[in-house]
Design a protein around this ligand. Structure first.
Ligand code: GLY
Length: 351
């Protein structure tokens, strides 16, 4: 399907409903990527469908898919899916096993949003295994959207979440200490962003980032979640895009959902995930909407190099797409017929 025909098709959906398009697309039309180049157009699939960022998304998707199969809601699925990643203390970019901030403290950000736009979020919290569940509780049990820092921690304890102390792993401590020697007075967010990028490019265990998950159940209900320990060695108190509704995640059941990974400052400044959903609202195909958001970041930051950003988008009719600035962004896809790691389309190759 070309961009313009895809756009026309989506606009037409508003008139005739999604059934015709979904029925017209068999699962073998879903484009499979290869290791050689960026994926071509990804055609629509059917719900249930779960997309999540990076290779850690495979285990998270498996859990989320199981939740849907067992009759759980799509909100349960996106919460419990990313809880798997939060509980993996060998993960250095999500949960309590994450790399610490400049002061050697692990601080966590997370948010969740449902089909109707209800949202919950926590930022800059310490010593809780599942910030995503606290975010959901904020959504369901308070009149607010976002709690941060000591107030969020106190509220979490008052509401049944137990603190957990996970000692810093030896490799994480070594990385932090090496970084401190090299960066006695880091000046810019880019300092920590570069560390994450170097970690990814080293091809080691840290070649991933935030987990963002967007999902649709068999009835077309959407939800999303996002959770991270944020940029390694950030300034204590720094909050990234992941707990910010509209930056790291945005869901509008009438249109679609999007989530983001990479340097949070770049996402926040263009309200990245909201931008992707609004572009889809205008009839732009999911991958093209992600690409436009990445290109907007590039236009706003001329000369910027070495910082990754990536988006996933899932449209309300089941079409999906991904686009990143650099070529190493992978995402996990789980549908009724597919369960695999995909290469995102991208703007540039790492040199
Ligand atoms: N995208 C994660 C962060 O910047 O904190």
């Amino acid at each position: 399907m070309t961009n313009s025909s895809d756009r026309r098709q989506f606009i037409k959906l508003g008139l005739v409903g999604t059934a015709a398009l979904v029925a017209g697309c068999s699962s073998d039309q879903v484009h499979k990527t290869d290791e050689v180049g960026p994926p071509k157009r990804i055609l629509p699939g059917k719900g249930p469908i779960i997309l999540s960022t990076w290779d850690h998304g495979m285990a998270a998707n498996a859990k989320a898919f199981g939740v849907l199969q067992a009759g759980g809601s799509v909100l349960d699925a996106v919460e419990q899916g990313v809880m798997v990643t939060e509980s993996d203390f060998s993960n250095r970019s999500v949960g309590l096993g994450g790399l610490p901030d400049r002061d050697g403290i692990v601080t966590l950000d997370a948010c969740i949003q449902d089909h109707n736009g209800k949202a919950g979020s926590v930022a800059f919290v310490q010593q809780f295994e599942h910030p995503i569940s606290i975010a959901r509780a904020v959504m369901e049990r308070t009149p607010h959207v976002m709690l941060a820092g000591a107030g969020a921690e106190r509220w979490a304890e008052e509401n049944g979440f137990a603190r957990k102390d996970v000692p810093m792993a030896e490799d994480a401590r070594r990385s932090w200490e090496e970084w401190r020697v090299k960066n006695p007075q880091p000046q810019a967010a880019g300092d920590s962003a570069r560390v994450n990028v170097e970690n990814r490019r080293s091809g080691g265990k840290d070649n991933h980032d935030t987990i963002g998950m967007i999902a649709m159940d068999a009835n077309g209900q959407l939800a999303g979640s996002c959770t991270t320990s944020g940029l390694a060695f950030k300034i204590h108190g720094r909050v990234g895009d992941s707990p910010i509704i509209g930056a790291g995640l945005f869901v509008d059941g009438d249109v679609g959902a999007a989530c983001a990974t990479g340097t949070g400052e770049l996402m926040i400044k263009i309200a990245g995930s909201h931008t992707v959903v609004e572009l889809m609202r205008q009839g732009i195909a999911p991958e093209d909407a992600c690409r436009e958001a990445v290109e907007r970041i590039l236009r706003k930051n001329p000369g910027m190099t070495g910082q990754q950003v990536g988006f996933l988008a899932l449209r309300a009719d089941g079409a999906y797409g991904a686009y990143s600035l650099y070529n190493d962004f992978k995402y996990a896809l789980h549908s009724a017929t597919e369960n695999q790691l995909m290469n995102s389309a991208f703007a540039k190759k790492w040199e």
